[in-house]
Design a protein around this ligand. Structure first.
Ligand SMILES: [Zn+2]
Length: 328
């Protein structure tokens, strides 16, 4: 296609004033784009701020509905739940306990705030004593196939508690298929799977591990999460999960992997989620608190870039703030 050239074509003409800028705008943020992560913990009266994530709290079940009502009042109506269990063990048993922390939280929200759509994160790292995302072999290797049945049991237990979408984040091979099969067998064929299909072994997860109390006690997660150097492999991971029955795929983290997000979206034209992770949030917050950046401007620009790159939905800790700003 041949565009005009200067002086007949002057791109600045369509930047001269808000009215024409609005006509030209290709991407716009909406409160419907956001999924807010929530950390639930046992106990009562607990609303503990995570030190590396100002404004983000772990809440106990009795304070959960107040949190949900605040979100709904702001127009945020998607949450993803993470649980901090009372007890951890080798196999992360509480993950599939029908009275585990996430299951209780799920039931509570569904009963008291049916307008909220509840997604549950499915993984073992919050529940295992060693903090890895699966069951270990004797040598400490995370055993892929042994982990699949544990994840499937967890997902079914979440669905029984009323979870409206399960989101496996472990990065085991074959888990989407295993979870789909288990959900279908249990009569939950209408519960969709949001797969963390393309999840990188990232330094940006640091603050989350404080939030979810899930740091591995030895080693790291590079034997299952992806190498940050690989984009083709990220596209293949999404392809595998779509083939296994995922209803949404994900790229995580978001900002350092916008190229991968863009490729996944353009390759499959499939519902695609980006996770704007804890480290991305913490960096913006820290700089804003120091007066080094304009927080509102930077957050809106960041989220816009994620949507422009191809995200249909964005999981973000900024959701409450952005909802307020968009409503002004
Ligand atoms: Zn995990």
């Amino acid at each position: 296609m041949q565009y005009g050239s200067f002086p007949t074509y002057r791109p600045r003409r369509m930047r001269n004033g808000e009215a024409v800028r609005q006509m030209m705008r290709e991407t716009e943020l909406s409160v419907n784009d956001f999924i807010y992560p929530l950390f639930v913990k046992p106990g009562t009266g607990r609303r503990d701020e995570i030190s590396s994530m100002p404004g983000i709290f772990q809440v106990s079940l009795d304070l959960l509905i107040a949190e949900i009502e605040e979100l709904l009042a702001l127009g945020v109506h998607y949450v993803i739940l993470f649980g901090i269990p009372a007890a951890k063990d080798e196999l992360g048993s509480e993950s599939a306990d029908d009275h585990g922390i996430v299951q209780e939280a799920c039931r509570l929200i569904r009963q008291n705030a049916p307008e909220m759509f509840v997604i549950t994160d499915v993984c073992l790292c919050e529940y295992t004593s060693h903090g890895h995302c699966g069951a270990l072999d004797e040598d400490g290797y995370v055993n892929n196939d042994k982990t699949l049945s544990l994840l499937a049991a967890e997902a079914v237990s979440h669905a029984r508690a009323g979870s409206q979408m399960v989101a496996p984040s472990d990065m085991m091979d074959g888990r989407v298929g295993a979870i789909r099969e288990a959900l279908d067998a249990a009569g939950f064929e209408n519960v969709p799977i949001m797969s963390y299909s393309t999840k990188y072994a990232s330094g940006y997860y640091g603050p989350f591990r404080d939030a979810a109390d899930s740091a591995p006690s030895f080693g790291d997660r590079r034997a299952y999460q992806m190498d940050p150097a690989n984009a083709d492999e990220g596209v293949r991971e999404a392809a595998l999960d779509i083939a296994e029955g995922a209803d949404m795929v994900m790229v995580k983290p978001a900002l350092p992997y916008l190229d991968v997000l863009s490729r996944v979206k353009r390759e499959f034209h499939f519902p695609t989620v980006a996770y704007n992770v804890s480290g991305e949030y913490a960096m913006v917050k820290a700089a804003a608190q120091n007066g080094w950046i304009d927080e509102r401007r930077v957050v809106l620009e960041t989220l816009l870039s994620i949507k422009r790159a191809g995200a249909d939905m964005i999981i973000t800790y900024h959701a409450k703030d952005v909802a307020r700003w968009l409503a002004e």
